[in-house]
Design a protein around this ligand. Structure first.
Ligand code: HPA
Ligand code: ZN
Length: 339
């Protein structure tokens, strides 16, 4: 017998929408800034945390890019990634597919390979010491131009073995997926899978573009898909996963209240929904806090929690056999009685 809360905390799960730069906790940010002799414009952790009050995506992105400015050495990328893996492991995350934003670093003069090596070394230790499996997804910053994205893709070709997919993030409205059609075409030719943030603040039309032009295997966020019933039917028939991020949606005012979050409606329509933390250091919770908050707000049942955890593996880029092994772990766990 256990409580639904403990059931949620313990259920085996995957995380599929997680920006590694968004896991940089204020304490670690200050520590890294100090050793790199970088001045942070906030005097203390408390003062910095007070700035985490966002009205929209752009408000957040301004602070998020400022935060990435402390990352200079390979060790900095290692430490940030390792801290996330330990946290994820403690929350029974068996598998994580992790975004990184190379342009947020290379545009400040950091070498592409410093970033990739630091992150990758931590991921390897995550597998060896914690038994957590991971994949890496390289995102293009959509507020920058096509040429910059193409250059970034070319840099990634030297590290093809370490990067599974490419994605698209940053300021959505005014930067539609179509802007990057040729970059994603090239990425596909080079063997990368593709995903894209779409329908977070942008319209359903951007989700159509992500599907039809960028040939994505998953839609990140996708909230605005619900504005277009034909699109919903298309997503359902393609079994296209949406990586939903409840606390992010609340903090960035994509929803005004978690009680009004569309997640239950999404499940009822038959969409393949997963729960994720997006930028946990900024949005007040890692993956378990996201499950707990949305479950509380929408009064999710044990069966719905099990479905979400199963979906997280189904929607992953793991090979079929490993997927099934992990789903079996969820199913075994799900026999536990709630009381
Ligand atoms: N949306 C878009 N870009 C981002 C996000 C997000 O939630 N997090 C980090 N970059
Ligand atoms: Zn995101």
């Amino acid at each position: 017998m256990t409580t639904l809360e403990d059931f949620i905390k313990g259920i085996p799960k995957a995380e599929l929408h997680l920006h590694i730069e968004g896991t940089l906790e204020p304490e670690l940010m200050f520590k890294i800034a100090r050793r790199n002799n970088i001045e942070i414009k906030y005097r203390s952790v408390e003062e910095l945390k007070k700035a985490y009050d966002f009205n929209n995506l752009q408000d957040f992105l301004d602070i998020y890019y400022e935060g990435t400015g402390v990352l200079i050495e390979e060790q900095d990328y290692y430490d940030m990634t390792w801290a996330y893996l330990e946290k994820a492991h403690s929350q029974n995350v068996l598998h994580a597919e992790i975004f990184f934003d190379p342009q947020a670093h290379t545009d400040r003069g950091i070498e592409f390979q410093t970033v990739v090596k630091g992150i990758h070394n931590a991921l390897q230790d995550g597998q060896n010491k914690l038994g957590i499996s991971t994949k890496l997804i390289m995102c293009f910053l959509r507020h920058l131009d096509e040429e910059a994205a193409m250059k970034t893709l070319e840099q990634a070709l030297n590290h093809k073995d370490l990067i599974t997919a490419v994605g698209l993030d940053s300021s959505e409205v005014g930067n539609p997926p179509s802007k990057f059609q040729r970059v994603f075409e090239r990425a596909g030719e080079e063997g990368f899978l593709t995903v894209a943030h779409a329908g977070e603040e942008g319209p359903a039309e951007y989700v159509w573009e992500a599907l039809d032009l960028l040939k994505v295997s998953r839609v990140d966020h996708g909230n605005h898909s619900l504005d277009d019933e034909k699109l919903v039917q298309e997503l359902v028939s393609r079994k296209m996963p949406l990586t939903v991020c409840p606390l992010s949606n609340l903090k960035l005012k994509v929803v005004n209240d978690l009680n009004n979050h569309p997640l239950r409606k999404m499940l009822e329509k038959g969409l393949l929904i997963t729960i994720n933390s997006d930028d946990p250091a900024y949005f007040g919770g890692y993956v378990n806090e996201n499950y707990l908050a949305i479950s509380d707000a929408l009064d999710l049942s044990k069966e719905e929690i099990v479905k979400l955890a199963r979906n997280s593996f189904t929607a992953s880029f793991l090979i079929e056999k490993t997927k099934q092994q992990m789903i079996e772990k969820v199913d075994k766990y799900s026999h536990m009685q709630i009381g």
